[in-house]
Design a protein around this ligand. Structure first.
Ligand code: ZN
Length: 181
């Protein structure tokens, strides 16, 4: 396994639309392992392949809190097939260190994806039962479509964050922040 470099916004590669995974090759399995290791090392709760410079439709998620057993999910070609309700949650992102901002999303979603065994799975998840999980799925799937959560903020706020990012990176390129996706 290996730690991967997480691209930092506004790296243009974060805008790439990721390609569907047609076949679960040894390379895909290795990427999945490395992504999980990278996510845990950075104390993140989700990571999309796009964020490590691999523009394929794969995400890893683990919403377990400290002290809880790990609940790693590796999702290939994930898609939101339904959404309802509204939730405003203060999100963070491993590609935008030290920043948390509120984003409005669905509170309940249906999601479909393929697991690493090639089996199609469908889940109906909501914030009441599953905590932050629906938010993490929406955030990570956005990455596969070239969207970083700061795109939802006002232009003014985004420019402010861009400036902040430059100074954060200048001082400490790899410092992990709070649990983020
Ligand atoms: Zn993110």
């Amino acid at each position: 396994m290996a730690l991967l470099e997480v691209l930092k916004w506004p790296d243009p590669r974060l805008k790439e639309i990721a390609k569907p995974i047609r076949e679960i090759t040894p390379e895909i399995r290795k990427l999945a392992e490395d992504m999980a290791e990278t996510m845990y090392a950075a104390e993140g709760i989700g990571l999309a392949a796009v964020q490590v410079g691999a523009p394929v439709r794969m995400i890893v998620i683990d919403p377990a809190r400290e002290g809880e057993a790990p609940r790693l999910q590796t999702c290939l070609n994930p898609e939101i097939t339904g959404g309802e309700g509204e939730a405003v949650y203060s999100e963070g992102c491993l590609s935008v260190p030290e920043v948390r901002e509120e984003v409005k999303r669905f509170a309940r979603i249906k999601v479909r994806y393929m697991d690493l065994e090639g089996k199609t799975r469908e889940e109906d998840i909501n914030m009441q039962e599953h905590g932050v999980l629906p938010i993490v799925f929406q955030h990570e799937i956005d990455h596969l479509n070239g969207i970083v959560f700061v795109e939802y903020l006002s232009r003014l706020k985004r420019e402010f964050i861009k400036r902040k990012m430059r100074s954060v990176q200048a001082f400490n390129p790899n410092r992990p922040s709070e649990k983020v996706a």
